[in-house]
Ligand binder design. Sequence first.
Ligand code: AMP
Length: 318
Amino acid sequence: MSILVVGSVAFDTLTTPTGHRDKVLGGAATHFSLAASFFTPVRVVGVVGNDFTTEHEDVMRTKSIDTSGIEHADGLSFHWTGSYEGAMSEARTLGTDLNVFGTFAPKIPASYADSDYLFLANIDPVLQLQVRQQMPNVKLVAGDTMNYWINDHRDNLLKVLRELDILIINDTEARLLSGEHNLVTAAKKVMELGPKSLVIKHGEYGATAFFSDRSFTDEQGTPSPFRAPALPIETVVDPTGAGDSFAGGFYGYIASQPSLTPAVLRKALFYGGVMGSFAVEAFGTERLQRTTREEIEERFRLFVEISHLDSELKPEAR
Ligand code: AMP
């Protein structure tokens, strides 16, 4: 089933210990869409400027991503400048030029109206809310945000959180949002703000899903937290977009399934990890552009293997 995603479509200027790139195609919605497109149809809502060419749009179109909801405005596209040091676990933002996003008022094309899944990717919470309000009948709403919006646009962000079935953020964001250091306490506090379920990404260490008692439940009641590791990756070139690619794999897999069960959600965490692992292997969207479905399944198998998820691994009977 189709996912409608709203978020930044951007150019990124990136410096990592492995090199530098000026204004490469990026943005939360771009990384998300590319990753999710391997699993399910994706439709994008966003805005770009005169610097966004047919060639850029074709990166999405060749993956059958519907770009008819990307508005072309006069001006420059969103531009993010970031750098990473050492283990590259944290991005340092050096510049955020909203440009055409500064005056953007999202309009959902009529052809997007039957989308069942909504993803509010990282962008101004005001825009996330406007899109949510235009899509009142979706089956599931998930979303993401970042420190910039948590720190400086908190009141608007709180309104978005109340709308979410699933929030997908990283450890730093969970701590910032809740004011708590302990991750379990932080998760509880974040879910009190609205999201029914919460996925916390731990970068190179995997991700954990937490559930509130308003989450979907299995026969036993509210499912317990579930953690998936990350694949140890030898070639880490640029972590930009890893979080969005994780979200794309995670939500794309969920949207491809007939219903959301705890088993589907657990498997989705693994697909999220697989897509994140590809994203970091080259600058910007380069690696996702040349990923194949076969490679994804191959990595999924590897993932299961390194997680020792076989039937022999059971606690000792006492
Ligand atoms: P991540 O997956 O967390 O590495 O997200 C990286 C992407 O987020 C980059 O491609 C940026 O263009 C985008 N980005 C950075 N800052 C913002 C912001 N304030 N709002 C929306 N998107 C952003």
